[in-house]
Write a protein that binds this ligand. Sequence first.
Ligand code: 5RP
Length: 251
Amino acid sequence: SRLSHIFGDDGHTVMLAFDHGYIMGPTAGLERLDLVIPQLMEYADCLMATRGALRTCIPPNHHKAICLRSTTDTSVLKEDLSHGVLGVDIEDALRLNASAMAIQCFVGADGELGSLENLSRAVDAGERYGMPILGVTAVGKEMERTTRYFGLASRLLAELGAHFIKTYYCENFEQVTAGCPVPIVIAGGKKIPELDALKMAYRAINEGAAGVDMGRNVLQAEKPKAMLQAIRMVVHEGLTPEKAYAAYEKL
Ligand code: 5RP
């Protein structure tokens, strides 16, 4: 039931990520979540946020799925971000009506084992209460962004019990999706030109992703609301990136 709140009837999802503040503080486009997110949220299937942002910035009368950021990771002031802990009780996730809890994992980093333990404990709690767990393959400064890395990290988190995975788009992405037995959504990453972001979303879906979970490529776009609508066109309607971009320009 909770997963079906995130994924539409077509099995695809457009998630809007605005959880950056928990490690980055106020970031461009995300300084005033209380003003920005309410204007955008009708175009997202799922909101990915911390509980602090949900409580303070999101009107409670919405019907969107929530993917609750549930690890407490170290801030960007630290060199090594990989030593996070499980930061939210599952009871609070239930109280917030979350549809999933997101756990950040640092495969290959110093804190790998601790982050995988966070995932395992979250999956155990999730299984008890019927709460899906999103395994997020974080890329620390040291980690390479290759097909082999994302394929390994995604498969590993799925084998440890994550119900769906968030990872980055890469070359030969179909090998990553083929090797992962649960749905994958892609992260957007740093801001790139709007058409390129739409191309990335299009390729990801055509290469087996179930959706996108973008933040900065929406929130730092010239027209965030139009960008989120254009992403929907690609993910849910199968529009080519060029057609979606043409629509973006007119919106
Ligand atoms: C980091 C995350 C963040 O939610 C995500 O990276 C934010 O989205 P974007 O990269 O598209 O700005 O999961 O691991």
